[in-house]
Write a protein that binds this ligand. Sequence first.
Ligand code: FES
Length: 85
Amino acid sequence: MARFDGKLVGYENVCRHLPLSLDGGDGEIFSRDGRHFFCQSHGALYEPATGLCVRGPCEGARLKKLKFAVHDGVIWLEQNSPETK
Ligand code: FES
């Protein structure tokens, strides 16, 4: 979860290049200029508003969005539906 341009956005903290966290565990997900999410492993840049990778080894891929709602200032993540076979 992050706030960007005054809006709350939510994505899985997993790069689309390799299944590694964007922040490497330190909580830093923004590029130095604050305009993109930045993967610390190999430098991929993602648009915070869309999750689209705009530079790096996974260019064109998108971060997986989280479904959430805000009620009384509390963020509620929606659970994934159980898979059916
Ligand atoms: S793991 Fe994110 S760019 Fe390679």
